[in-house]
Design a binder for this molecule. Structure first.
Ligand code: ADP
Length: 475
């Protein structure tokens, strides 16, 4: 097993809105390095991608894609970066817009992308044995690969990074997008709508998701966003493989965005905290415990719980920094909170990778009380920067953070189970008490320093799955 093509809508360092980009930006490298797999990546060429990257790309060729009765041009550009080959699909109508999501025709934009990917296969000097598609934006690529069989014996894997986003459109759009027989509508339809994610699930040879716990949770109606029947049906082909992070990329000893670099030194971390306090206009004191949230400001991230108890928690001697963009409701709430606690709470309504890294390096605690969390990378990054995660026990958070137990000295963070604001408040207070208890704090930090979630093991699991899928095809 050698050739795998990743299909996805975002990828670091080119374009990122969330954890998906981190995974697509780092897993192919790990597959190449550890498993000798030639994993390549195909992405849309958004306007938003920096000119500096575009200038390095090479034009390969153009072809027409038939989106129903409309003919749209797709051009392929290539770029080799860090030993990985990236293919970009350009189209002036669908991808020359500000930002990357949030348009009324997002469904159509990514149906076009999926169609272009399948047709591009005929024009690449690369024949994937496995097409590995990620999230709803690439779901139709799996369906089309199965229906059209563009490469003999090519198998498919579909990875769910978040089941909440499904790419749903009116069923009538089927005739608008595709030129093949309506017999295929069944595999693409869910609850009377055309559904990109369901199409990927239905057609994939194997389904993976990004943590073992989430793989179980999504078979349950509470987490499945309505898709549990199909996941139950395909449960033999569904497995959870925990995400890793790129250890070189997220390393406080070498990260150029960290002003005072460190391996695990608390003193140096405090120096970063004081620099950040100065930058943000907070009182300068390295001993004040600093809590941070770095996230998309959406309900999934448990922000309603934070809202519920924030005032009570802010009575303690703490500082809080929130970095994120998202729903206007949460943006307004945290902007207002910053006005109410001018000396204690700062809200930064922006997406800023550099600032995020400076925050990971400066804060003592990372708060992530998600309602659901497929894997979560932010808590893994915070562990890398020796910042203690405080999480709800769901999905990948449950698989990576273990609550500190002062009797056994085990645990690398703090956690609570029920989606309940007062449970969050009590672990925040427990975290604070531990911060002020030097002996317990030292034990907790020892565990934090040992927590590492590299790609090594998970890349091995993907390689095993690729091998298994090919072997099953021969039976
Ligand atoms: P999700 O994929 O649901 O957004 P993850 O925890 O898997 O959540 O990944 C989030 C990634 O996006 C992390 O790398 C985090 O640091 C980053 N991130 C989120 N919000 C911001 C922001 N406002 N500025 C910079 N980075 C952010």
């Amino acid at each position: 097993m050698k050739n795998v093509l990743f299909v996805a809508s975002e990828c670091t360092p080119f374009i990122k809105t969330g954890g998906l980009a981190d995974v697509i930006g780092s897993l192919p490298q790990a597959l190449k390095q550890n498993e000798k797999i030639d994993a390549r990546v195909i992405l849309p060429l958004y306007d938003e991608i920096d000119e500096a990257w575009k200038n390095q790309m090479e034009y390969h060729m153009s072809f027409d894609v038939q989106v129903g009765w409309r003919s749209q041009e797709a051009s392929i550009y290539t770029l080799k970066y860090n030993r990985i080959m990236y293919y970009f699909i350009a189209n002036t109508y669908y991808f020359t817009r500000k930002g990357i999501y949030g348009y009324y025709d997002d469904g159509e934009r990514f149906v076009f992308f999926s169609q272009a990917v399948i047709e591009a296969l005929a024009h690449l000097d690369f024949k994937p044995e496995i097409l590995h598609a990620h999230d709803w934006q690439a779901g139709m690529a799996v369906a089309l690969a199965n229906i059209k069989q563009p490469i003999e014996n090519m198998k498919t894997i579909f990875t769910i990074h978040n089941i909440k986003y499904q790419g749903i459109m009116p069923l009538e759009t089927f005739d608008d997008f595709f030129q093949f027989s309506r017999e295929h509508i069944g595999g693409m339809e869910w609850n009377g709508m055309l559904n990109c994610l369901k199409s990927g699930l239905f057609h994939a040879d194997k389904i993976t998701t990004v943590s073992p716990t989430y793989a179980e949770e999504i078979k349950d109606p509470y987490y499945s966003e309505g898709l549990h029947p199909i996941l139950e049906e395909k449960s033999n082909d569904l497995i959870g493989i925990l995400n890793g992070i790129d250890m070189k990329e997220y390393n406080p000893l070498t990260d150029p965005q960290v002003p005072i670099r460190y391996r695990s030194s608390r003193a140096r971390k405090k120096e970063n905290k004081v620099l950040l306090q100065e930058k943000l206009g907070l009182p300068k004191d390295g001993d004040i415990p600093m809590f941070t949230i770095i996230t998309r400001l959406v309900e999934q991230k448990g922000l309603h719980l934070v809202q519920h108890i924030l005032d009570e928690f802010m009575e303690a001697e703490v500082q809080f920094v929130v970095l994120g963009t998202g729903d206007p409701e949460f943006e307004a709430y945290f902007a207002d909170a910053a006005h109410r606690y001018p000396d204690k709470l700062v809200t930064l309504l922006t997406f800023d990778e550099g600032l995020a890294r400076q925050l990971y390096a400066s804060a003592d605690f990372f708060v992530m009380p998600s309602k659901f969390e497929p894997c979560g990378l932010a808590q893994l990054i915070s562990l890398q920067y020796k910042t203690v995660p405080i999480v709800r026990e769901t999905g990948g958070l449950k698989d990576t953070v273990q609550s500190y137990n002062e009797f056994t000295s085990e645990g690398n963070g703090f956690s609570f189970q029920s989606y309940n604001a007062h449970d969050l408040l009590s672990v925040l207070h427990l975290a604070l008490a531990t911060y002020h208890h030097p002996e317990n704090w030292a034990k907790l930090m020892k565990n934090v320093n040992k927590s590492q979630f590299s790609w090594k093991e998970s890349a091995g699991e993907y390689a095993k799955l690729y091998g298994q899928i090919k072997a099953e095809a021969l039976v």
